[in-house]
Design a protein. Structure first.
Ligand SMILES: NC(=O)c1ccc[n+]([C@@H]2O[C@H](COP(=O)([O-])OP(=O)(O)OC[C@H]3O[C@@H](n4cnc5c(N)ncnc54)[C@H](OP(=O)(O)O)[C@@H]3O)[C@@H](O)[C@H]2O)c1
Length: 264
């Protein structure tokens, strides 16, 4: 297969949205990319697109919430790439937290994919990175991880858990020469947010988000928050009294946008 020889990177959740945009951009920048998600057809199409442009891409169907499956699919990608320099653990799910009925299965799914899925993905690459004495691990979290939001408790919990997991890991992996980055975007136009029927503040295209993420990773930004306007808004919201936040989000909670397909 033709292609430039570059850094070897695995991107989880590469079939759509931010992960897909990252894969295209990174392949253009000379990375050899390993694509992982559950939708084989979308991955195969993407890999063909990248190869048609002269890039190098491999794909594997994988479900990051299933530890054995995640490890096996990541291993096969590492074998095809012939190693690993960078993991971008991007796969994620989002759904509102409802009260009646209390949708526990959705909360479980978000914790499994958004938190455990990242941990399993890291488990797959860590031994190789420790052995070779270098590597970089980035996880796509969210600006929503800095404040528990009414109607978004499960999602915000999964992302704030991810933030502190990555923070601890970053400090622990310093002496091993493995860089760790937490990526916290605001609203991005992707299939995940396509169901939102409200005006998303400072929403950006997936291509633009991918550009900022790659730049942040290349500059080894510890916690990348963008855009700054939404980042500032989240800080302001975290200082507001509960009654104000409840009032502001009341309309949203009366009819929250549900994902097109069930999470489980
Ligand atoms: N869009 C936003 O506004 C926004 C803002 C902040 C953070 N984020 C985060 O950005 C990341 C990417 O989201 P997105 O907006 O690009 O949404 P998206 O288009 O829905 O992409 C999610 C990706 O995750 C994959 N995925 C989901 N469950 C998986 C599983 N169990 N195993 C493997 N792959 C799985 C999906 O592929 P398959 O369905 O093919 O498996 C898809 O490729 C997520 O972590 C999300 O929380 C998004």
């Amino acid at each position: 297969m033709s292609g430039k020889v570059g850094k070897k990177a695995i991107i989880t959740g590469a079939s759509t949205g931010i992960g897909r945009a990252l894969a295209v951009l990174m392949a253009r920048e000379g990375f050899q990319v390993g694509l992982l998600a559950r939708n084989s057809q979308l991955l195969e199409t993407l890999a063909l697109e990248i190869r048609a442009e002269g890039g190098t891409a491999y794909w594997a169907r994988g479900d990051v919430k299933d530890r054995e499956n995640a490890l096996a699919s990541m291993k096969s990608l590492m074998e095809e790439l012939g190693g690993i320099d960078l993991l971008i653990a991007n796969a994620g799910l989002g759904a509102p937290t409802l009260i009646d009925p209390f949708n526990v299965a959705d909360q479980e799914a978000m914790i499994r994919v958004n938190l455990l899925g990242v941990i399993y993905s890291i488990e797959a690459v860590l031994p190789a990175m420790v052995n070779q004495g270098h590597g970089q691990i980035a996880a796509v979290s969210s600006l929503a991880g800095f404040k528990g939001l009414p109607g978004e408790s499960g999602y915000t919990a999964s992302k704030s858990g991810l933030n502190t997991f990555m923070e601890g890991l970053r400090i622990q992996l310093r002496p091993k020469n493995i860089k760790v980055n937490t990526i916290c975007p605001g609203f991005v136009k992707t299939p995940m947010t396509a169901v939102n029927d409200f005006k998303m503040p400072w929403v950006m295209e997936a291509d633009e988000a991918a550009r900022r993420i790659l730049k942040g990773i290349q500059r080894n930004v510890k916690v990348l928050r963008f855009p700054w306007q939404t980042s500032l808004l989240m800080r302001l919201i975290s200082w507001l009294p509960d009654w104000v936040v409840e009032k502001v989000m009341r309309d949203y909670n009366q009819n929250p946008p549900m994902p097109k397909s069930p999470l489980t």
